[in-house]
Design a protein around this ligand. Structure first.
Ligand SMILES: Cc1cc2nc3c(=O)[nH]c(=O)nc-3n(C[C@H](O)[C@H](O)[C@H](O)COP(=O)(O)O)c2cc1C
Length: 209
């Protein structure tokens, strides 16, 4: 089978992308709005892309509501807050936080804080105004490096590039300069409602010439 992307709709492309680019790590992004409300939402279009300077990226699609006249689109709260304040925190999701993480993806209105809605602790950050998730074992305080909009239509992504200003590492998760993956117990996202852990693992030594 051969599928040209300009001959299919964005929802079909989306399903192929999220079923093929798997598993995806999850950025649980906390922000603060201009009016002071704390926001929290997960994004699995996420990765680390540089270590000097340390840079992470995540991408939020436009908020898309299907109506009888087509699609209504607008910014997600996270993107609006990042653009307004230039700051955010990426929190890593351990297995024990998966259900609360999922609940924070519900479509809460901007004036409702997902921290309160799902019972999480907005712990103070050191270098940015957005709080971190107190229950996360790893959090990264970030300042906005660049924002790239891929369009204004339904399905268009907003790439947020962030410079990591500092890491918050739980004492138990950082040992001898390494993150202990058994303690972190991170989850990844598959397609639809699928997730994975890292329990089924194997190692391959680096190749030698
Ligand atoms: C595990 C998971 C991963 C998600 N990944 C993305 C993503 O990469 N991009 C996106 O736009 N929405 C993603 N979502 C949906 C957003 O979390 C959802 O639209 C949320 O309501 C946005 O919140 P906000 O308006 O407070 O920013 C994901 C949801 C879940 C549960």
């Amino acid at each position: 089978m051969y599928i040209k992307t300009n001959e299919i709709d964005f929802e079909t492309s989306y399903k192929i992308l999220i079923g093929s680019v798997v598993p995806r790590p999850i950025a649980w992004v906390s922000t603060k709005s201009k009016s002071g409300t704390f926001n929290l939402a997960p994004f699995s279009f996420f990765n680390a892309v540089s270590s000097n300077p340390p840079i992470i990226v995540f991408s939020a699609g436009l908020k898309t509501i299907k109506t009888e006249h087509g699609y209504e689109v607008g910014p997600k709260d996270t993107v609006r807050n990042v653009k307004d304040t230039g700051e955010f925190v990426v929190n890593i999701v351990s297995r024990k936080l998966a259900e609360q993480m999922n609940q924070t993806s519900a479509n809460y209105p901007p004036e409702v804080s997902e921290f309160d809605a799902v019972g999480l602790t907005p712990a103070p950050s050191h270098m940015v105004s957005a709080p971190r998730v107190g229950e996360s074992l790893v959090s990264m305080e970030c300042k906005l490096y660049q924002h790239i909009e891929f369009g204004k239509e339904a399905g268009a992504g907003n790439l947020i590039i962030g410079e990591v200003l500092c890491f918050h590492l739980d004492d138990g998760v950082y040992k001898d300069g390494y993150i202990d993956i058994d303690v972190l117990d991170p989850i990844g996202r598959l397609a639809g409602i699928g997730y994975c852990t890292v329990k089924d693992r194997f190692e391959i030594p680096r190749p030698k010439l």
